[in-house]
Design a protein around this ligand. Sequence first.
Ligand SMILES: C[S@@+](CC[C@H](N)C(=O)[O-])C[C@H]1O[C@@H](n2cnc3c(N)ncnc32)[C@H](O)[C@@H]1O
Length: 322
Amino acid sequence: MTNLPRDPRHDPVLRDEVLAALAIAPGERHVDATFGAGGYTRAMLAAGADVIACDRDPDAIAGGQALVEEAGGKLTLIHGRFSQIDRLLAERGIDAVDGITFDIGVSSMQLDQGERGFSFQKDGPLDMRMAQEGESAADWLNSADEHVIADVLFHYGDERQSRRVARAIVAARPLTRTGELATVIRKALRHPPGAPKDPSTKSFQAIRIHINSELDELMAGLNAAERLLRPGGRLAVVSFHSTEDRIVKNFLRERSGGDAAGSRHRPAPTPLARAATFETPARKVRPGKAEEARNPRARSATLRSAIRTAAPAHSIKEAMSC
Ligand SMILES: C[S@@+](CC[C@H](N)C(=O)[O-])C[C@H]1O[C@@H](n2cnc3c(N)ncnc32)[C@H](O)[C@@H]1O
């Protein structure tokens, strides 16, 4: 599998750093929980892994069929949510893997297609559903309470003027197009035309995270990964937003037993009630200057990784109460 060509259309963020964290030995079984355009999957196949890749977007799965053929039996593609990844693998008779990778968020394919409704730069229906089913952004924005919209914009988009934006959205209802929504937000924030950073970026991100329940999915996905990884198995997570990164950081800190020494300002934590399920996580990794210059999307990326211990995973019930 080492001769699979890299796909020139897609340069996945932190690809080499993710591969280093996964330390794939030929013949190992790895999960790519966010297949997208298959950039990481290609790299894993090239390193000699058998790969099971999952995506909730049916278009991503359809687009990956050529790679399934090319990989000659080394790649299985599954349509589904990564919060269910242990169940999806159990249905295929697999209960342990050597590595799991998450590349959280929206793909460039999804952003580039105006008709998917993710982009404030391309007009399209106000949709934003990765799985192409359930409540769309238009359904939600046209019916939600103003204060609920404001909370979503504030918490998931760090939008400081969330109340002002929410008020403008409610006053402009019904909204059906991404172009309309972007115009409403720009007006509400008195954005001078041609100013460098578009102020609708934050709100679009927040609405997308809400519509796709992305933070709940991430938390459930990390717990599913803990259940699936064999002792010594590797977890790698790339995220693009401070709230997502905090979830990953806190999960790994908690499951690895925290910083055992405490600090001058903080008492040493009480000993873990149970054995750590991950070793102390590796230092977080950020893209280098060259990658940031080549790929502006990489600027907000953070990779965190850790190795699974042999301790039993938290049960689904315990994980839900965390
Ligand atoms: C940033 S892209 C991944 C890009 C990929 N690493 C590559 O190299 O092409 C994220 C992908 O994850 C998918 N995704 C997001 N949340 C998901 C979830 N909860 N379950 C399954 N797939 C999800 C999206 O549909 C999208 O295709």
